[in-house]
Write a protein that binds this ligand. Structure first.
Ligand SMILES: [Zn+2]
Ligand SMILES: [Zn+2]
Length: 428
């Protein structure tokens, strides 16, 4: 005990202890009682290895010795915190209760303090020209955090905590924010007519109407929902958001090696799920959408994925008006290979994209064969190349095009994406 007080007094020796005892006396006389925590916090940044209540106790002990008055300990009814620090255990219990059904290993404490509490301590900082205090919010976060750690095996983490616990002392509420899980992988869409993400019904904007049978959806399913359903069941999350490296048209399949995606799982109550189990359960749940090569990802990788401009390979089925020989077609395809295509925003997307002319390269163009009087063609294009318009010409908005070169109208009747250049750092 003696040793503890000795160390404490030595530590505050750097500021004149006499000043602090005078300040303590003035506060108690003119403002009101002040607890050890709030007293110690006034000089918090001047000594290390002590807690604020130890600092406060040291000042109070020193004052008692100096004035030859009895030492009475930390007083009740602190005019700054209202004895908040006596309720740490109660709050820690409440926080643990709030975290009960949430799987988490790391956490971060945050708090909202009543404005009057902040104003009270700031008044002291100004009135006594204190230059090394600590705000009460910091001490609350630290002390509450320590109390929660003691009761659980949770570790405080500042960078990417599993949960952020926000204590609102004013409203007497606890809010727990659960960090999303990010799952990276590649998806295949084996059937046409499925959009990548959920679309609200055009008639009711998601409210539910007769046009959508009350579902609020324009399409019954989406890649997002088909992947998300099993994962939500496994993680007990609230909902998912699919971030794709680009998107194929609704009527196009996504085949071959698949398209890179990151799935954000919001508010998961369970975090420890095996990737193999996820893959298995998603792929068995609905054969139309399959996922492969999963890995855990993070929020910062979503932007990288979305900005990624990868080449894409397509397999298309082309219908040409009139008679065209294989040789004639081959000559036109040769002209398009390595050509730079000028594409004015296609009519079909002009309502949601700015009207401008883009230049995109065709890297490879080859004839695969004939199928039901139509031609099967493989195209490798730069990111952003519109394939349907490369063939049709889009009424002259895309040039050169296959229609333009053949001087015959050509149309894509089927389109599959078979390869999307990926990002090694995200999925491997
Ligand atoms: Zn206090
Ligand atoms: Zn509707």
């Amino acid at each position: 005990m003696v040793k503890e007080i000795m160390t404490s007094t030595q530590a505050i020796d750097k500021i004149d202890p006499l000043d602090m005892t005078t300040i303590l006396a003035t506060i108690e006389e003119q403002y009101g009682p002040i607890c050890d925590h709030c007293l110690g916090r006034l000089v918090a940044k001047r000594s290390f290895g002590l807690s604020n209540d130890e600092r406060g106790r040291a000042i109070r002990t020193y004052a008692a010795l100096k004035n030859d008055t009895p030492y009475e300990g930390s007083p009740k009814n602190c005019w700054i915190c209202g004895d908040l620090f006596d309720t740490i255990d109660e709050w820690a219990e409440k926080i643990c209760h709030a975290l009960e059904n949430i799987e988490c290993h790391t956490f971060l404490m945050g708090s909202r303090t009543p404005p009057l509490m902040n104003e009270a301590e700031e008044m002291l900082w100004t009135d006594f020209e204190l230059y090394s205090p600590e705000p009460i919010k910091s001490e609350i976060n630290r002390e509450f955090g320590k109390a929660v750690s003691k009761r659980t095996d949770l570790i405080v983490e500042f960078k990417e905590p599993d949960v952020v616990v926000l204590v609102d002392l004013d409203m007497d509420e606890i809010d727990v924010q659960i960090r999303s899980l990010f799952l990276a992988g590649w998806y295949l869409k084996l059937e046409r007519g499925i959009p990548q993400t959920h679309w609200h019904c055009r008639s009711c904007q998601g409210e539910g109407c007769t046009a959508c049978n009350g579902t609020g959806k324009q399409y019954a399913d989406s890649v997002e929902e088909l992947i998300g359903a099993s994962i939500l069941a496994m993680t007990k999350g609230s909902h998912v958001t699919l971030h794709g490296a680009g998107r194929e048209d609704i009527d196009a399949r996504m085949l071959g090696t698949g398209r890179p995606f990151i799935l954000e799982i919001h508010n998961p109550l369970i975090r420890s799920v095996e990737l193999q189990e996820i893959e298995k359960s998603v792929n068995e749940a609905d054969k139309r959408v399959q996922i492969t090569r999963l890995s855990w990802s993070r929020r910062s990788e979503v932007e990288i994925l979305k900005n990624h401009k990868g080449h894409k390979r397509y397999r298309i089925l082309v219908d040409i008006d009139g008679v065209v020989s294989k040789e004639e077609l081959q000559r036109s395809l040769n002209k398009l290979q390595n050509a730079t295509i000028h594409q004015r925003t296609p009519e079909r997307v002009s309502h949601r994209r700015a009207d401008k002319v883009r230049k995109r390269a065709v890297l490879e163009m080859s004839l695969l064969g004939e199928k039901e009087h139509m031609f099967e063609i493989s195209v490798l294009g730069e990111a952003g190349l519109y394939i349907k318009e490369l063939i049709s010409g889009d009424n002259g908005r895309t040039s050169p095009s296959l229609s333009e070169l053949l001087e015959k109208q050509a149309q894509v009747t089927e389109l599959d994406v078979v390869y999307v250049e990926g990002i090694e750092s995200i999925s491997h």
